[in-house]
Design a protein around this ligand. Structure first.
Ligand SMILES: Cc1cc2nc3c(=O)[nH]c(=O)nc-3n(C[C@H](O)[C@H](O)[C@H](O)COP(=O)(O)OP(=O)(O)OC[C@H]3O[C@@H](n4cnc5c(N)ncnc54)[C@H](O)[C@@H]3O)c2cc1C
Length: 426
């Protein structure tokens, strides 16, 4: 049997695929509901997303949705919805295609010309950080107005703290970028936009709930793992209310600090490095505002004096009446999530009005966190784990939902093959 610690989307997809491939699994999940950060809550009739606001309806996502019987629940948005950046006192459309890049008012003529020089600049240098890399490739103006906020926004991080080798190199390789990012984008123009943004009627949290439903008793909720003990072959997993269970292999999908605590007894040095990974904390403010705004939402350009990092327009995206979700904090202001709800809500409402011209009422404030992918990832270099211990997590591979699904499937195939060929420990 394979033991999986954590029933977020990573652990659930992995378990689901392993079961499909005939491998026995148990998922231990600390919380009373599955999904981890991918959770949705009802506020009256409104669906609030506590973590990700949308996924992309790519082939693998659609396959998974169909296989767990959720197709009827899918909601999609137009793939042409614009994304905006708040820059120099105004919302301006982010250029996400070549023709938009030509006409955008986000960049000056000079900044556009500088972007066009990108194919003549070199690829990443040893030890380079994402911020300096993007500025060297595309120029400072395009970085501050567009690339910095869009890229940093994915991680709520500061690209000036994110090493290319950890936070970007793998993505560039997967996209087939050798030297020029622009050239690659030009060749695949529009392909990413072929997958429309999507969610479910009851929010993204419906997906982990449906997968867990298919897994039945193999998912143990409210069962936090407290200890992992290495045996000569395999592991012993001790969880609250479940006693100690021997497994052939363990997969950790829980956050890195929890993983470090579980491994500290058997691998203290390696666990110390895991525990040093930084997370960015975020406050999410759910705003009610009757607007006619149409788009995905906006990011705030670097250098603007706002606490808000970005806002998703859930109303325009998935028809959630009057709902907009503001993100504050992250690496830009790591103290902000400690402030009280009323203060955070007041800032979010005020800044929403500054940016959009519409007054807003705060419905709710929640908090979450996301791996920072900064210099603390240097500590994981050279760490080796035993062959029967695996990670399937948003701090060891790409954090997006699609990345989590892809990795879960890939690892399941590897582990199932190891079982089938009898080459355990897996
Ligand atoms: C605010 C935010 C916005 C995002 N936006 C997007 C987006 O728009 N699009 C996109 O593609 N991606 C987005 N992401 C990224 C994506 O949602 C996450 O990377 C992904 O959902 C993480 O899933 P996971 O299963 O790896 O980890 P988690 O969701 O963190 O799951 C880990 C699980 O482990 C459990 N656990 C912890 N300790 C124990 C223990 N001792 N025993 C048992 N279980 C334990 C936890 O309860 C949790 O359920 C966003 C993430 C965040 C935080």
């Amino acid at each position: 049997m394979i033991g999986i610690v954590g029933g977020g989307i990573s652990g659930l997809v992995l378990a689901y695929e392993l079961r499909r491939l005939g491998v026995d699994v148990t998922v231990w999940e600390a919380a009373s509901v599955p999904g981890g950060v991918m959770r949705s809550e009802l506020h009256g009739d409104l669906v609030l997303e506590l973590g990700p606001q949308r996924a992309r309806l790519t082939g693998p996502f659609r396959d998974l949705v169909e296989s767990v019987g959720l197709s009827e629940e899918l909601v999609t948005a137009s793939k042409d919805l614009p994304l905006y950046v708040y820059h120099r006192g105004q919302l301006r459309r982010a250029p996400l295609s070549f023709s938009q890049a030509v006409t955008t008012d986000l960049l000056s003529l000079w900044a556009k010309a500088r972007v066009l020089a990108e194919p003549f600049t070199a690829g990443p240098r040893a030890g380079e950080l994402v911020g300096p890399f993007l500025r060297r490739k595309f120029g400072g103006a395009a970085y501050r107005a567009l690339l910095g906020p869009l890229y940093g926004g994915l991680y709520a991080s500061d690209p000036d703290r994110m090493p290319v080798k950890h936070a970007l190199q793998r993505t560039l390789a997967e996209l087939g970028v050798r030297r020029s990012i622009l050239w690659r984008m030009f060749r695949s123009a529009g392909r990413a936009a072929e997958s429309p943004p999507c969610s479910f009627r009851q929010g993204l949290g419906a997906l982990p709930l449906a997968i867990a439903g298919k897994l039945g008793g193999s998912v143990r909720l409210e069962t936090p793992v407290r200890m992992l003990r290495k045996r000569r072959v395999g592991w012993e997993v001790t969880a609250d209310g479940a006693g100690s269970v021997p497994v052939d292999a363990v997969v950790l999908t829980c956050p890195s600090d929890t993983a470090a605590g579980l491994l500290g007894g058997s691998y203290p040095e390696e666990a110390g490095r895991l525990s040093a990974l930084r997370y960015n904390r975020l406050a999410l403010v759910y705003l009610k505002s009757e607007t006619k705004l149409s788009g995905l939402g906006f990011q705030v350009a670097f250098g603007e004096s706002l606490e808000t990092r970005g806002v998703t327009w859930n109303d325009s995206l998935f028809g959630r009446p009057g709902l907009h979700t503001a993100y504050l904090g992250g690496m830009k202001n790591s103290e902000l999530p400690d402030w009280d709800d009323a203060r955070i809500a007041e800032i979010a409402c005020r800044e929403f009005e500054v940016v959009t011209g519409h007054s807003a009422e705060a419905l709710h404030v929640s908090r979450t966190r996301i791996p920072a992918w900064d210099e603390t990832w240097d500590g994981l270099e050279g760490v080796e784990w035993p062959p029967d211990l695996h990670f399937c997590s948003n701090y060891t591979a790409r954090p997006g939902i699609l990345g989590r699904i892809t990795e879960g499937k890939r690892l399941a195939a590897t582990l199932a093959t190891a079982y089938a060929t009898g080459s355990r420990p897996v």
